[in-house]
Write a protein that binds this ligand. Structure first.
Ligand SMILES: Cc1cc2nc3c(=O)[nH]c(=O)nc-3n(C[C@H](O)[C@H](O)[C@H](O)COP(=O)(O)O)c2cc1C
Length: 375
């Protein structure tokens, strides 16, 4: 029922807001500070226009692309997100099945609620492990070895969380893992019985990758000690593809490239870190120019539709990722809600390609047909 009511990402968010406890909704939806950075990026995306083209026979269109040389059925994948099973029990594996079905990467967070081994198996190999380097890094490098042993071939180092950003909406609810159960939280759960009962029946989601002997994890532990030397060490330790996620500055992008990294991910962490950061969609063309045409550049943050995807591809991204809206889709309608949002996004992209005269997502065509014009 709910899945059929979803015709846009905004519909999924609206339904999720009804289903989820306030605390969980605000954790997923929340942004840093007062949400100025989030609004800035939205405004920057809205200000971009696509060039409408006519009479080009766009009857046959393909959304397929390649990422690190491998075929992908869509130019968008799943951003790494911690504790997805808060959206609904089994969310991590719903995302993994989606990745397998469409041959797109599923970012598996350091703080995923399901063990990384189970996720890559379910995703039939379409999974990338996302790493935070915490504390002195010794635990994090153990996770790198574990990811290697589990068969991961792509590692994503997230670098924009030297400290976890302050997100007042989650702080106001006393969001903590595991949950602290005070009167306010009890009321919140009681008012959202469907979520509370299913979450209770399935067990409270934990942080499965830390259930390793001798490993104590604190979600808010400082990641402030990571530096360029850490990146060099990681490059030596990781034989597969290495992505650095959370780059918003051209000078940093140049240095990341010099460090021998395989791809750069332009991202503001979905506006969850530095409220005053520039709009990532506005930094994308500059970063693309800085690293040149051959280095893979990925993008996430603030994408809400197929047209947004096209704008990011035209702006220089080779591949993009969705975050929150996939969790809202699951909260709204479970696995069929997720499938529904995925097909909405696919349809939106396909239709916008037709309207801009595109039949394929090759860079040369993107440049010609969908040039970003002044608003
Ligand atoms: C609830 C939530 C948890 C997240 N957890 C992580 C994480 O563990 N690691 C990471 O690199 N990024 C994390 N992110 C950021 C996403 O990977 C991505 O950058 C962001 O969600 C994209 O923006 P969007 O949500 O506007 O699409 C998280 C985002 C959300 C919303």
């Amino acid at each position: 029922m709910s899945a059929r009511a979803i015709h846009s990402a905004a519909d999924a968010r609206r339904l999720a807001k009804r289903r989820l406890p306030w605390m969980v909704f605000d954790y997923i939806d929340g942004a840093a500070g007062e949400g100025v950075g989030e609004a800035r990026n939205r405004a920057a995306l809205d200000a971009l226009t696509l060039r409408p083209r006519i009479l080009r026979d766009v009857s046959e269109r393909s959304l397929a692309t390649r990422v690190f040389g491998a075929p992908a059925d869509r130019p968008f994948g799943i951003a790494p997100m911690g504790m997805c099973n808060l959206a609904a029990p089994g969310a991590d594996l719903m995302l993994a099945r989606l990745a397998a079905r469409h041959r797109v990467p599923h970012g598996v967070s350091t703080v995923a609620s399901t063990p990384m081994e189970k996720i890559i198996e379910t995703a039939e190999g379409h999974a990338w492990f996302q790493l935070y380097v915490s504390g002195d890094g010794s635990g994090s490098f153990k996770l790198v070895e574990r990811a290697k042993a589990a068969g991961y071939r792509t590692l994503v180092l997230t670098v924009d969380v030297p400290e976890v950003g302050r997100r007042p909406r989650e702080l106001r609810h006393g969001f903590k893992m595991p949950f602290r159960l005070g009167p306010r939280q009890m009321l919140d759960f009681a008012l959202h019985p469907r979520w509370s009962i299913s979450t209770l029946l399935n067990g409270r989601p934990g942080m499965a990758n830390f259930e390793m002997p001798g490993y104590a994890f604190d979600r808010t532990e400082s990641r402030a000690r990571a530096d360029w030397q850490t990146l060099a060490r990681l490059r030596d330790a990781w034989p597969g593809q290495l992505v650095v996620k959370g780059v918003l500055d051209a000078e940093d992008a140049r240095r990341v490239k010099q460090a021998g990294v395989d791809a750069i991910q332009v991202s503001s962490h979905g506006a969850r870190q530095l409220d005053s950061a520039p709009a990532p969609i506005a930094m994308l063309p500059l970063i693309r120019d800085t690293v040149g045409p051959d280095m893979p550049v990925f993008y996430d943050s603030g994408l809400r539709s197929g047209e947004d995807v096209l704008k990011a591809l035209v702006g220089g991204a080779d591949f993009v990722f969705f975050g929150r809206i996939l969790q809202f889709a699951i909260a709204a309608g479970g696995e069929s809600g997720l499938g529904q949002v995925w097909s909405v996004l696919s349809d939106e992209l396909s239709i916008s390609m037709a309207q801009t005269g595109l039949t394929a997502l090759r860079r040369e065509n993107l440049g010609e047909c969908a040039a970003l014009a002044a608003p």
